[in-house]
Design a protein around this ligand. Structure first.
Ligand SMILES: Cc1cc2nc3c(=O)[nH]c(=O)nc-3n(C[C@H](O)[C@H](O)[C@H](O)COP(=O)(O)OP(=O)(O)OC[C@H]3O[C@@H](n4cnc5c(N)ncnc54)[C@H](O)[C@@H]3O)c2cc1C
Length: 310
């Protein structure tokens, strides 16, 4: 199918883009990478009267560390996170582990992190990681700029707190300290499918005690989710000895956290090849395994640091 006719604007500044979006006589859509929007327009599930192409706005490009945050401009492509050293510290490792699960290289070379926030697919890796890490979404609109916490931003499938006249200018993610380990595992039917379920975790340990833990659940509810009940069950407890292999025994606290995430945090929606019980079982396993991955990642980081100091 061909998209319905639409007008096309190519602003050169954020102010021009906001002015174009502010024309409330026409239903407008921003296009960034176009990897979701163009498909939806071809299927005529989205029929904008005006498409605002932000690709020629230099101020939206680039990512940089600002204080203890990473600021990701709205034109930064998924592929920018693939090099393991693109972003410093454990945050860079987590983003690099997650990004290779997003579609395939051509899509990753065009699609943007901010576009994922604009689209708000419940199976978006970036969105769940943002919610779990307390990311912030920067918006520019006719009334000026504002920031919305990722936890308040996602309202449901493809629904967000962004007003139609607002442009996402950046996503800000907190950097993670060197005492934190990370893990990410995705389960999907084929290489090109969205996740049936994916889990990302961060684990911070001080003096043998889990001082912070974040669990991001992808495609485990009608919106990106943080597994707070599972996190609460772990925070403040001793890390203890780690299982030797990838399997986590049922009685291990990581396995218990996995069951809590699956039963109390997640509210999975059924899909043609994954009913709710199936998804809950996968969530339980992936939470346990990514926690173990994060614990091992932290241990390896500490060992590497001690090696550096010898
Ligand atoms: C075959 C296939 C497989 C895919 N698999 C995955 C996957 O596994 N995981 C995943 O997360 N994604 C997946 N995607 C989606 C892909 O990652 C998109 O790149 C992403 O969803 C949107 O990024 P984009 O820059 O292309 O946005 P666009 O397609 O340009 O826009 C998407 C929506 O966001 C809005 N938008 C974009 N940028 C802004 C902005 N700055 N301000 C306000 N609104 C904005 C647009 O108006 C539009 O409504 C897949 C896509 C395809 C086609």
């Amino acid at each position: 199918m061909k998209p319905a006719p639409f007008d096309y604007a190519v602003p050169r500044t954020v102010a021009e883009a906001v002015a174009a979006l502010g024309d409330t006589r026409r239903k407008a859509q921003v296009v960034a990478g176009g990897q979701s929007l163009i498909l939806e327009m071809h299927l005529e599930r989205v029929r904008p009267e005006l498409v605002v192409d932000i690709n020629r706005i230099p101020e939206l490009d680039g990512m940089r560390v600002e204080g203890d945050e990473l600021r990701v401009g709205a034109l930064v492509r998924h592929a920018a996170f693939e090099p393991p050293d693109a972003v410093p510290g454990p945050l860079g490792t987590l983003l690099a582990q997650a990004v290779v699960n997003i579609a395939h290289p051509p899509i990753r070379s065009r699609g943007t992190m901010a576009g994922s926030y604009g689209w708000a697919h419940p199976a978006s890796e970036w969105c769940a990681i943002g919610v779990a890490l307390d990311a912030t979404v920067e918006l520019a609109g006719p009334d000026g700029a504002r920031s919305v916490a990722a936890r308040d931003y996602f309202l449901g499938p493809f629904r967000t707190a962004r007003l139609p006249q607002e442009l996402i200018t950046a996503v800000r993610l907190p950097l993670l300290g060197e005492n934190t380990g990370v893990g990410f595992i995705e389960h999907r039917r084929t290489h090109f499918c969205f996740a049936q379920v994916a889990v990302g975790t961060t684990l911070t340990v001080d003096d043998g005690v889990i001082s912070d833990v974040r669990i991001a659940l992808v495609n485990s509810a009608d919106r990106p989710l943080r597994a707070r009940a599972a996190e609460d069950a772990l925070r403040g407890s001793e890390l203890g000895a780690l299982p030797a292999g990838p399997r986590v025994r049922d009685e291990h606290p990581f396995a218990r956290a996995g069951r809590i995430a699956a039963e109390h945090d997640a509210a999975p929606l059924p899909e043609p090849f994954a009913d709710v019980d199936h998804k809950r079982r996968i969530i339980a396993v992936l939470v346990a395994r990514t926690l173990l991955q994060a614990a091992n990642d932290r241990r390896a980081r500490l060992a590497a640091r001690q090696g550096d100091h010898r």
